[in-house]
Design a protein around this ligand. Sequence first.
Ligand code: NAD
Ligand code: UDP
Ligand code: UDP
Length: 336
Amino acid sequence: GQSTKPPPNPSPLRSAKFFQANMRILVTGGAGFIGSHLVDRLMQNEKNEVIVADNYFTGSKDNLKQWIGHPRFELIRHDVTEPLLVEVDQIYHLACPASPIFYKYNPVKTIKTNVMGTLNMLGLAKRVGARILLTSTSEVYGDPLVHPQTEDYWGNVNPIGVRSCYDEGKRVAETLMFDYHRQHGIEIRIARIFNTYGPRMNIDDGRVVSNFIAQAIRDEPLTVQLPGTQTRSFCYVSDMVDGLIRLMEGNDTGPINIGNPGEFTMLELAENVKELINPDVKIITVENTPDDPRQRKPDITKAKELLGWEPKIKLRDGLPFMEEDFRQRLGVPKKA
Ligand code: NAD
Ligand code: UDP
Ligand code: UDP
């Protein structure tokens, strides 16, 4: 093990003349949906140098194409379940598939990514004295018995269900974060992200907003999984990125809920998509998957008080941005 003290931070390298940047930031999972939007925002600050580590399981180089070749940007094909040696000041640790169909595809890999991946990033943070932010999830609340969910609620999670690789994986990741914080003095930040949507979501990743928008554009029926009265709260990706950066830069470890408290049933979501995108589309009901949480809505009091953050973009304003992106990628222009 590493027993040496972390070097002084910022490292002496930062003051060397050839370094334009004074903050070097690692984003794991930076080729994914939220990660690539985060990279866009971080790269807008000329003082930042950004390194992305991603294994491209659910992400793509295409999401980062505008930065490839940029002098302040580096992209590494890397699986976080393996150790990583880089010298950085901050780590945004996002690497992990987020959509149920992808995280259930290879559940053992999902839990390894959450546990070994987070352990490795914490080992890295310890060695170089970096601050690390984990993107945890509202899934740590499971099928919640408290509504809306506050951060002090411990959750109602099935430890042996088909979702456990993801939600129990994230719970262990949170535990690791706090143990490294208490035992080694690592500076940690934990965001509990609620359902997020926006451009660059995988078109066929099975999540509800991407499914409905793709279906509406393709003139296919919107598939509401039964009972249809289950609720979710959807946050537009630019609001999410803003919240994550405020959390990283602020003084609170978290966990802090980052999400949009606007709550919708899946039937209401389908009706909104129908009205905004394709008034002729059918809405049908289909069977659901096991352990689907019946309701979910963040209490964001803490984010408001500690980060001065709240979402700005309402669902009905965000859906058209995503429609535009999906139409471009699917090659289906809007009917005149
Ligand atoms: P995403 O699938 O688009 O992005 C995840 C990225 O991680 C992808 O680029 C993928 O290739 C990469 N990755 C996966 N396993 C990896 C591994 N072992 N090594 C290296 N890279 C790996 O998902 P997203 O929606 O952008 O989610 C990002 C983070 O936010 C995840 O940690 C997810 O759990 C969390 N989160 C997302 C949501 C949401 O609604 N999108 C909700 C709660 C939490
Ligand atoms: N690690 C890493 N990069 C580093 C330092 C550590 O990936 O720069 C990994 C290391 O391989 C180990 C994990 O992080 O698997 C935890 O490291 P730590 O030093 O905390 O524990 P130990 O090595 O003593 O098990
Ligand atoms: N859902 C749906 N139709 C779909 C996909 C999902 O009605 O085509 C429902 C699903 O049953 C769940 C909600 O939408 O209640 C959110 O599912 P998603 O997979 O997007 O995210 P998560 O369950 O992780 O919140």
